[in-house]
Design a protein around this ligand. Structure first.
Ligand code: HEC
Length: 246
């Protein structure tokens, strides 16, 4: 038994060591896809600040409007600026070759990014840009070091720098660890307002990754309640039918 445990520990040790290293700590996004006001704000944020570079090609405008409780007029007036039609999906005009030239990489489609990365990752990523003059964009990111994405929300968040602290490792080399952010220049929003802005945006991406989840979640409870009710009914019926047979 002990040898087995030791063998298991030996196999898992590198994994544990890897998990302990470098990875940034993620903050909780606390999104709520049933909060329509938040989803509506998030959709507007996405259209205004992200759709210039990122498509969401699985999100259809009119389906989104219906899910978010917007009329077609509200949809066209508030979320559609570039002459798309309501049954179009969220595509972008940027040509792939241009994007490659400008950023070195293609900004990824964000339809499913909440699925692949998780809401907490997105929430932390969007709040973790810091000044780094050595980068072409002038910023770096704690969550995705060396990212090609510029800090598109800097006017809202302001400009922050990263504070590092050093820990000597077993060999005596000092390892730099991220400690905290320091706001150098405030943005148009307070930190709390900015967190709310990002939370709404991530909430929208969470919705976009599975638009049917609103219906799925809304349907779940009545369906289970019906099944429970029906089970009781069937049981009562069975008792009634068999009561004289014994
Ligand atoms: C000016 C263009 C531009 C805008 C505007 C922009 N991004 Fe990006 N974004 C990029 C580029 C380029 C990348 C690829 C970064 C990389 O791979 O290093 C990227 C990558 C990402 C990623 C993937 C990160 C990962 O882990 O791979 C997410 C998520 C993201 N952006 C979210 C957003 C959101 C949300 C907005 C709107 C608030 C936004 N972006 C606005 C250019 C942009």
């Amino acid at each position: 038994m002990r040898t087995k445990l030791l063998a298991l520990a030996a196999v898992l040790a590198p994994v544990a060591a890897f998990a302990a290293g470098g990875e940034a700590k993620l903050d909780h996004a606390n999104v709520d896809v049933t909060n329509r006001a938040s989803l509506q704000r998030g959709a507007a944020n996405f259209v205004n600040y992200c759709l210039g570079c990122h498509s969401a090609k699985f999100v259809r405008y009119n389906r989104m409007a219906a899910d978010l409780g917007l009329s077609e007029e509200q949809l066209i007036a508030n979320l559609m600026y570039t002459g798309e039609r309501p049954h179009d999906t969220m595509r972008i005009g940027m040509v792939a070759d241009d994007a490659k030239r400008w950023f070195g990489v293609l900004p990824p489609d964000l339809s499913l990014v909440a699925r692949s990365r998780g809401a907490d990752y997105l929430y932390t990523f969007l709040r973790s840009f810091y000044v780094d003059p050595s980068k072409p964009t002038g910023v770096n990111n704690i969550v995705l070091p060396g990212t090609a994405m510029p800090h598109v929300l800097w006017e809202l968040q302001g400009v922050q720098e990263a504070v590092w602290e050093g820990h000597p490792d077993a060999q005596g080399n000092v390892q730099k660890h991220f400690k905290e952010f320091k706001l150098l220049e405030p943005g148009r929003m307070t930190p709390e307002e900015f967190d709310g802005f990002v939370r709404d945006t991530v909430n929208f991406l969470e919705y976009a990754a599975e638009p049917a989840q609103l219906q799925r979640k809304a349907l779940g409870f009545p369906v289970i309640a019906f099944l429970v009710f029906f089970t009781l009914l069937a049981w009562a019926l069975k008792k009634e039918y068999w009561k004289d047979v014994k």
